[in-house]
Structure formats: structure tokens, C-alpha cells
Design a protein around this ligand. Structure first.
Ligand SMILES: NC(=O)c1ccc[n+]([C@@H]2O[C@H](COP(=O)([O-])OP(=O)(O)OC[C@H]3O[C@@H](n4cnc5c(N)ncnc54)[C@H](OP(=O)(O)O)[C@@H]3O)[C@@H](O)[C@H]2O)c1
Length: 282
């Protein structure tokens, strides 16, 4: 079975490649934007350069693939959608028999979060293409949220505009395990919600971090406008300010709060808790 994986030089795609490369009977094609540095990918994987912006390169990379693990693109949303259109078109042109696509639990055109809209439109595009598919809707990655926690570790305050929004943080490795499990199975034609084991508000999240790090960390809910002004003043790239602000609006709407058992059904294991991830990184 030949399985192609996009985003293979990235953290999630790279982990999917490593998981699949260890399996008997699987040939892995690792799709990267540029030639990967030596040693980044396991020797069993075949590296193929294919930028999401290059339809011909995507088709070449997917030729002969039975399955595609489609890790979503990143960056400005309109460009991301264009990338996704290119990937779906290439998979359809090469008659890939199964597309395992990464989406998010907030995949909704009515969400305030730009990537929720992109993910929903991508799911619709995929389902409309007629390609047999399985969709992994991931919650927010624990390691992604850890960026804000790490800032709070220094200041003692997790200052974010999340109100009482809850998040079912999921370890990136668990998302990789769910994608790998879907990739070796038959297309399910539906989405699977890949969440962490608990739904926690930011006060709970801060208190877990404080306990693991043995240092005070408290949550302070701040107005969205204050967050924008302070983040702009910090020098963050304007795109990420534009993206993070509506992300917290979607958190306030409880769009990342659900906990589902799909991870256990797919992998037979239990998802890692925030405490596990922070302890491993301590
Ligand atoms: N749920 C969440 O909390 C959350 C948070 C952040 C991101 N995400 C999504 O999850 C995906 C995987 O996350 P991650 O942590 O593994 O991100 P990552 O480490 O940044 O990996 C993303 C990969 O996408 C590749 N890429 C970007 N633009 C490309 C292009 N034009 N053509 C081909 N490849 C391109 C990057 O290539 P290079 O290595 O060359 O840069 C990188 O290897 C992200 O891409 C994003 O869609 C989800």
C-alpha cells in the first residue's frame, strides 16, 4: 500500500510519516515544500518535493498513491484555501482511492475563526469531489496552546480574551496517531472528532500548568480589544494577530469545548492529557 503524506517536513506530518514507515506493507511518500534536510525523514520514506501552490508537482507526487494523508496548509486563509483546492484536484486527477484529511472540530462557515471557514470549505470540496475520504477534525493542539502558557510561565498570568470558553486540548502526537490509523483503514466517508480527554477553561488550564511547573500561573480574562492592542504592540506578524483574535472569539463561543471518544475508537488508546504533555516537556 502506497501512502502519501503532505506537510511531511512539519511536526504533525513528520510524525505521521514516522508512524507509517514502521508498518509492514506500507510504502510512504513524504511530500515536502522543499528538499528536506538529511535525517529529518526515516530512510524508508520516499521524499518528494511538491509545493501546495504547484498543481503539476502535486500530481506527480500523488501518482500511484493509494492513500493520501492530507495535512492542511497554513498561513493566510485565502492562500490556504487555494492550496487545498490544488491538493484535492490533484488527488482526484490521480484517482487516489482514499484521502484522509485533517480538519478541525470547529469546521463551520459561520464561525468567527478564519481557519474554521477554510476547513469547512475544504471538507465540502473534498466530499463534493467524489473522492473516498475520512476526515479527522482535531481540537486545538496542546503544543500550540503551550506557546501562550510558556509566556504565562514567565509573567505568572495567562492573559487571553477567552472568557469562560473551554478547550479539549489534544496532543499533536495523538492527532498523528489518529491520522495514521485512518490511513491504513477503509474510507469512512465522515468526520471523526480527535479531542483530548477533558474540556477545560483557561483557569483550569493555567492551574494544571502551575502545578506541573511548580510556579504560580493564573488566568486573567481580558477584553478582545486589549488583546489586539497588546499583541499588535508586541510586534507579532499582523496575519497571526488577525488569525488569533477570531480564534479566541471561537473559543468564547465554546466551539472547541467538545470531548469525543473517536481517538480511542480509532487507535485503541487513550488521548494524552495536558499534564502528560507539559510533564514531558518540563
Ligand atoms: N489544531 C491546531 O491547534 C492547529 C494549530 C496550528 C496549525 N494547525 C494546522 O495543522 C497543520 C499541521 O500542524 P504542524 O504543527 O505540523 O505545523 P508545521 O510544523 O508548521 O507543519 C506544516 C507544514 O506545512 C508545510 N507547508 C506550508 N506551506 C506549504 C506549501 N506551500 N507547500 C507545501 N508544504 C507547505 C510546511 O513546510 P515547511 O516545513 O517548508 O515550512 C510545514 O512542513 C498546520 O499546517 C495547520 O493547518 C492546527
Amino acid at each position: 500500500m502506497r501512502i502519501a503524506v503532505t506537510g511531511a517536513a512539519g511536526r504533525l506530518g513528520g510524525q505521521v510519516v514516522r508512524l507509517l514507515a514502521d508498518r509492514d506493507g506500507v510504502d510512504v511518500v513524504a511530500m515536502t515544500r522543499r528538499p528536506p534536510p538529511g535525517g529529518l525523514l526515516p530512510p524508508q520514506a520516499q521524499a518528494v518535493v511538491a509545493d501546495y501552490a504547484e498543481p503539476a508537482a502535486l500530481r506527480t507526487a500523488l501518482r500511484g498513491a493509494d492513500t493520501l494523508v492530507f495535512v492542511s496548509s497554513d498561513g493566510p486563509d485565502a492562500r490556504m484555501l487555494l492550496h487545498h483546492r490544488n491538493v484535492v484536484a490533484a488527488a482526484a486527477a490521480e484517482r487516489v482511492a482514499h484521502v484522509v484529511a485533517l480538519s478541525s472540530v470547529d469546521a463551520d462557515a459561520a464561525s468567527p475563526f478564519c481557519y474554521a471557514v477554510v476547513n469547512r470549505l475544504t471538507e465540502d470540496m473534498l466530499l463534493g469531489s467524489g473522492l473516498p475520504c475520512s476526515i479527522a477534525r482535531a481540537s486545538l493542539y496542546t503544543e500550540f496552546f503551550e506557546g501562550w502558557l510558556t509566556e504565562a510561565r514567565a509573567s505568572g498570568l495567562l492573559r487571553l480574551p477567552a472568557a469562560d470558553g473551554r478547550i479539549s486540548l489534544v496532543a499533536r502526537d495523538d492527532v498523528a496517531r489518529a491520522l495514521a490509523a485512518l490511513a491504513v483503514g477503509e474510507p469512512t466517508g465522515r468526520h471523526h472528532d480527535i479531542t483530548g480527554p477533558v474540556s477545560a477553561d483557561l483557569a483550569d488550564i493555567a492551574s494544571v500548568a502551575a502545578e506541573v511547573w511548580e510556579t504560580p500561573v493564573a488566568y486573567e480574562d481580558i477584553p478582545a480589544g486589549t488583546y489586539c492592542a497588546e499583541t499588535a504592540a508586541s510586534g507579532l506578524d499582523p496575519w497571526w494577530l488577525y488569525a488569533f483574535s477570531p480564534l479566541f472569539a471561537s473559543v468564547r463561543e465554546q466551539r472547541w469545548a467538545q470531548v469525543q471518544g473517536d481517538y480511542a475508537l480509532l487507535t485503541g488508546g487513550l488521548p494524552l492529557a495536558l499534564r502528560d504533555v507539559l510533564t514531558a516537556h518540563r
